[in-house]
Design a protein around this ligand. Structure first.
Ligand SMILES: *Cc1c(COP(=O)(O)O)cnc(C)c1O
Length: 433
């Protein structure tokens, strides 16, 4: 580990698995170790009064265990939501059909027409388009995009109509780390909510512990872990979660991005091994980042002491999970980036050319032309997204040494590595195609 000795840990860091382990375990209908799937879209009431009380918000999942209709609360989705709340240390949570639904639902709930958002300029492409294109056109909600690491710029962008400061805990794809305690301080001094997208760093960073008000997730990524479900979550206090489900003004209730209970059941089975997966993603990414750096390549990873936010993330993160599974490698040009990915996939089977992240195998994409292509060239440049930037979500299949031989072999063939290998033969992992 590269943790410098003089880093002062943030006083609030607590490993979220302890909270998770203390969360009530939901058994199946017949005593099964796993919870049952509640597949019904509507629920019977024992007495007509109960339905009326549900509509008046006097009964609900936590008030008499009452359920109304599947787009409102569902018991299976609610159980997964309780696990997410434990994971993020929030009072409550609710799951959505996608990460974008969680983000859009949260922002629609917090902002009215004419309101304003201050957001990091390096965010997921879909979030960028939502803030920059969709919300102003459809709802009159505007956003000022700022360098979120420039706290003076963040504060200067706040207007009397600002309601939200928005950032990703670890930004896509620049891997800059948000100073969550400092952003929370700015937000709260101005009466704003701090919303953090923690998709890149579940367990590693706990935004709520660090002062954020609302934590959103794309569970499509690390939490799902198998690239087989699109899913999201909003973690917040109970009042906000109930507000999202309000029959008159609730964004989740009225826009309807409901999570299917079957999906909730499947994702709930992966929560128990999320800590093991996050630790191994991080261990592999750290090893590759250190070795790529040793070869003199332009690698970016928060676990490297040279990363501009290394000291901060070392103070803020839960050390049991390292620094995350994502690294970027700048090959200079899109052509070289494409050649490397082509070779790594088709000659070495090191990983796959695909967008998304958090899969058990390595996924690679060229951010500028794919997941950040919604951004204007100017915004990409300002955010430091170069055309040859390859984002890798480092998987944990195979062995670290085997995967390193593959990666090094491809880099060598492209002329990026000249020196003799330090150990073992190079290029022997090339597969016949
Ligand atoms: C993928 C992603 C999203 C969107 O999530 P979906 O589940 O695809 O809707 C949002 N934020 C980040 C950081 C992401 O990586």
């Amino acid at each position: 580990m590269t943790t410098p000795r003089d880093v002062i840990k943030h006083p609030k860091i607590k490993n979220p698995v302890e909270t998770l382990a203390n969360t009530r375990h939901e058994f199946g209908e017949h005593g099964g170790v796993n919870m049952s799937i509640e597949a019904s879209t509507t629920f019977t009431a024992m007495h007509p009064n109960v339905l009326t009380e549900m509509f008046h918000g006097e009964r609900g999942p936590d008030q008499g265990g009452c359920y109304l209709y599947g787009r409102h609360f569902n018991p299976t989705v609610y159980n997964l939501s309780r696990q997410l709340a434990a994971l993020e240390g929030t009072e409550a949570a609710y799951c959505t059909a996608s990460g974008m639904a969680a983000i859009a639902g949260t922002l629609f709930q917090l902002c009215n027409s004419g309101d304003h958002i201050v957001s990091a300029n390096t965010v997921y492409g879909g979030t960028y388009a939502l803030l920059n294109d969709f919300l102003p056109a459809k709802a009159g909600i505007t956003t000022t995009l700022v360098d979120i690491t420039d706290l003076a710029a963040v504060e200067a962008a706040i207007t009397p109509r600002t309601r939200v400061i928005y950032a990703e805990s670890i930004a896509n794809p620049t891997l800059r780390v948000a100073d969550i305690p400092a952003l929370a301080d700015i937000a709260h001094r101005h009466g704003l909510k701090l919303v953090i997208d923690n998709t890149f760093s579940p367990l590693i960073l706990s935004p709520k512990q660090l002062g954020a008000d609302i934590v959103v997730h794309s569970m499509t990524k690390f939490i799902g872990g198998a690239s087989d479900h699109i899913a999201g979550a909003i973690c917040a206090d109970k009042a906000f979660i109930l507000e999202l489900m309000d029959l008159h003004q609730g964004s989740l209730m009225l826009l309807g991005p409901t999570m299917d209970p079957q999906v909730a059941f499947n994702i709930n089975l992966r929560i128990a091994h999320l800590p093991l997966r996050m630790a191994e993603h991080g261990r592999r990414a750290q090893a590759f980042a250190e070795r790529l750096q040793e070869l003199g390549l332009a690698v970016t990873y928060p676990g490297l002491p040279e990363h501009p936010d290394h000291e901060m993330i070392t103070a803020l993160h839960c050390a049991d999970y390292g620094f995350g599974g994502i690294l970027t490698l700048d090959l200079g040009t899109e052509e070289l980036a494409d050649q490397l990915m082509d070779m790594l996939q088709n000659d070495y089977r090191f990983g796959y050319m695909a967008v998304s992240l958090g899969y058990f195998d390595t996924l690679m994409s060229c951010s500028g032309s794919t997941t950040s292509s919604e951004m204007t060239d100017e915004d990409k440049q300002a955010a430091g997204i170069s055309p040859g930037l390859v984002r890798m979500s480092v998987g944990f299949t195979g062995t670290t040494e085997q995967r390193w031989r593959q990666l090094r072999g491809a880099l060598e063939r492209l002329g990026f590595v000249n020196a003799a290998p330090r150990s073992g033969p190079v290029g022997t992992e090339r597969i016949a195609s």
